[in-house]
Design a binder for this molecule. Sequence first.
Ligand SMILES: NC(=O)c1ccc[n+]([C@@H]2O[C@H](COP(=O)([O-])OP(=O)(O)OC[C@H]3O[C@@H](n4cnc5c(N)ncnc54)[C@H](OP(=O)(O)O)[C@@H]3O)[C@@H](O)[C@H]2O)c1
Length: 315
Amino acid sequence: MNQKVVLITGCSSGIGLALAVRFANDEKKRFMVYATMRNLSKSKALVEAAGRSLGRTLEIKQLDVCDENSIKACVDSLPERRVDILISNAGLGLIGPIECQSIEQMKVVMDTNFFGFVRLLKEILPDMKRRKRGHIVVISSVMGIQGMLFNDIYSASKFAVEGFCESLVVQSMRFKINITLIEPGPVITEFEHKVYGEGLKTDLSKADKDTADMFTNIYLKNYREIFESVGQTAEDIAEHTLMIVTMDNPPFRHQTNMLYTPMTTLKYADPSGDLSIDEFYKMVFEHDKVFHASLNFLKLLRWRSRKSFSLEKSK
Ligand SMILES: NC(=O)c1ccc[n+]([C@@H]2O[C@H](COP(=O)([O-])OP(=O)(O)OC[C@H]3O[C@@H](n4cnc5c(N)ncnc54)[C@H](OP(=O)(O)O)[C@@H]3O)[C@@H](O)[C@H]2O)c1
């Protein structure tokens, strides 16, 4: 059987875990999945979710994207070092006013989200070029297209990944290697809990009163509501990614959440950037009541569609 070898990073939870399980349980058994994580003691959730695919179409391996030796050891352990599809998923978030964040904290985010991906490619890209095939898939974010209030460093790390890929893709096309940026909006995973929890603990003493107030009473106050209203599941993202890697001509960019496309379209519509920035400003500071009403409306629509979906299923 001509199975494609898929290597996924950050599979201890969230999107990585869902990707590993979805690809390994592919009905047509098209994939052999190497699901990697930096800390193997966190493999319980994946082992449980993998079920019968474990040891058949799924193997778990150690890989820390911040450690070149660990990446090399993992790739060396694969048969012929072959990776047909690389899914770079491992990532960290960081929210808050920059005056309350240390450069060290910021470097960890850039080192994981950007350099982590670059390290993977330095190990895997030369083999893909030699074989003249491969697909590099990056779990980026809509924040790689449009910056977001109090996500300055996280957004910068995703912009870095996007700029890097836009530069590399022209060269990689000469080697028949595809690159795809998957761009989800909010996804309900550990990420949301970790980032929100860290956000609540932020020492705001270095920020002025207005900034601290904006972070606590506007950003954090809306954070959960946004995830609840428009957030997707990790399984949704896995389904989108599976669709992309099985396409004959996969796109360079793929947004998973239709509710976010108007926002990113504004950015492409106006090269000066003013249109999208003005809209954001108004949404946060001037039309906050309309914004809340829209979120509540979306929440209601989602609740109703889930209800009708479960009723359909139980018929
Ligand atoms: N959740 C969202 O709203 C959302 C939206 C758009 C894009 N994304 C992107 O989706 C990706 C996955 O996030 P998620 O939502 O699934 O969050 P998650 O549940 O927190 O998963 C993140 C994964 O990355 C791993 N990781 C962190 N540092 C690593 C390192 N140095 N080496 C290897 N693995 C490392 C974590 O491992 P540990 O368990 O060891 O920490 C974990 O397995 C990220 O790139 C994120 O930026 C998320």
